[in-house]
Design a protein around this ligand. Sequence first.
Ligand SMILES: [Fe+2]
Ligand SMILES: [Fe+2]
Length: 312
Amino acid sequence: MTATISSTMPRPTAGQSGRTPVDRQELSARLLGSAAKRSYDPVVDIDWDAAIPGGLYGLSPEWSTLYGTPMWDASSEEQRITLTVHEYCSISGVGIWFEHLLMQLVLRDIYGDDPAQPHVQWALTEIADECRHSVMFARTAQRFGAPSYQPPGSILRLGKAFAAKASGPAAYAAILVVEEILDIFQRDLMKDERVQPLTRATSQIHVVEEARHMRFAREEIARRAPELTSWQRRKQRTMIAAVSAIAVENLVQPGVYAAAGLDPEKARAAARANDHYRDKLREAATGLVSFLREVGLIGGPSERLWKRVGLV
Ligand SMILES: [Fe+2]
Ligand SMILES: [Fe+2]
């Protein structure tokens, strides 16, 4: 595995973009400079022929949807390893789905703008990052011998409609929700020695490049949110809450349980009732939730949806 990263990008904090407006072109120029200094090409930066060692998990066991449940306790070590490998492939497979949606949102957002402007060049750079990430995650599943997990057809159709229609801060907020939750998750994986080198390398690459995406998304949200009328704000809040709920509920597809020799129905019910997993997700969403509150995009009736999926 050749992907090693000596230091990572600082994680954006909730307060840094909510109050002080940052010039869009200046920020874009800075992000372009950072991308020029540190970007990856996973097709060549990862050793895809390296052996997959036995005895290592696909993700940190504490991030497994079943960790701490009687089903986890009753599973063999081999089953836990298979389960966590498939869970990582499912989460990154659903990540590919989301990357395909956000590439469309970003491209629609800059359509017709002057390509000489830094924000357009930054948006194209972000899309190029996502193209490489999607290939990286697809190959990871192939290398682990897992299927290409993705959400069911009904969710794929909903996503397509969202990508075609969404605009305003909700588009960037939807991007941010998934990027921030995955960021916290992958920061844990990349330094966990109990985890497969392929998981750690792909997580490291994603964390470094996504830090720039999150910074840009936060600024776009902070800039656009104050321009909303109260009716638009209500609509945007509902949309963001719905996308977040759907994304979180679909991260781990039921096929992962069958792959580990577990009953998919029973395992899914155990995962849904697993307070430990809910706590991990809620902790991962803490910074994001306080930022979205700060800019007025969480609140009112939509808050019920955030609570239902356990993110608030
Ligand atoms: Fe990505
Ligand atoms: Fe991204």
